[in-house]
Design a protein around this ligand. Sequence first.
Ligand code: ZN
Length: 364
Amino acid sequence: MIKKLSLLASVLCLFLVLLSPISVRASDGLTVLGKSVEAEFPLKLNFSFSAESDVNITDVRLHYTVDRASFAQVISEVYIEFVPATTVEAEWAWDMRKTGGLPPGSIVEYWWTVEDVGGNRVETKPARVQFNDTRHLWNNLTEGEVTLYWYEGNQPFADEIMTTAQQVLARLAEDTGAELKKPVEIYIYASTQDLLGAMIFPQEWTGGVAFTRHGAVAIGIPPDNLDWGRRALAHELTHLVIHQMTFNPYNDLPTWLDEGLAMYGEGTPEPIYATVLAKAIAEDSLISVRSLSSPFSAHAEEAVLGYIQSYSLVEFLISNYGQSQMLELLNTFGEGSSYDGAVNRVYGFDMDGLDSLWRQYIAE
Ligand SMILES: [Zn+2]
């Protein structure tokens, strides 16, 4: 009973701490009067802060960090410019146009430090703000590691998208052994236009984006274009799985493996791709596996060839060597292996060897 009471007391204390207005008092009258943050998605996070002291306040700094996959926590520090005074009101806007955007739902942790001329210093407790796209009224649905957010389309629409997501994950696990290790969030915008409006410097052809380090996908799916949407979702979700499997501080993946698996996740490619591949074979204009390890060409036709060749390479590796080898390949890349080193260790040939074996395979 005594234990229970003390537990209750400490719970109450915790509540009081959480509820008390932010008046952090340090030695000798240096006091934080208030702090707040407002999200203006996707452009800005507006921070404000005020403090007072008996003597002039001389230093105010904002510190923040974004919650995402990384190997070293990066903390940004902002020096606020102001004229020293006993009362200071500071404002600072994080302008995403200068830093690149964040996906909806990103969590930013921040705290302030303030100092006065008397050498007093106060550091506020870390607080968290979620950078939500409040321009839409989102519904949500969770199954396993996947949470879906959408604002247009009825429940069956969302159910279908969720079913697709679960099928993609099941197929990837079966064919490649790759699985999600952490939860992911999928934001379904109602059109490509809406999606572009949620991004900083979007590329016009963007239909979907995988924010691999944030475990998030944003995608524009009009409720009447679900077929396209299923494919795009499968593609971006596969990117998330593959990046979770292979994320390491040393090396990235060859583009042919990353995009090839994402295409594989979509299922059988659309007929146009087979046409492009057949044409390249006939004209002897296939791209080498080594070239496909770098980002694809900006030219549409060559990019399409890059995607279908990548798909075909991955399909060749999976159907000829099986699931366990593909899983081993991903795990080897996860250790930060070089491209040739990983392929060689798992399959016994390097990327040039892969190139010639694959050319034989598609010629059959
Ligand atoms: Zn892709």
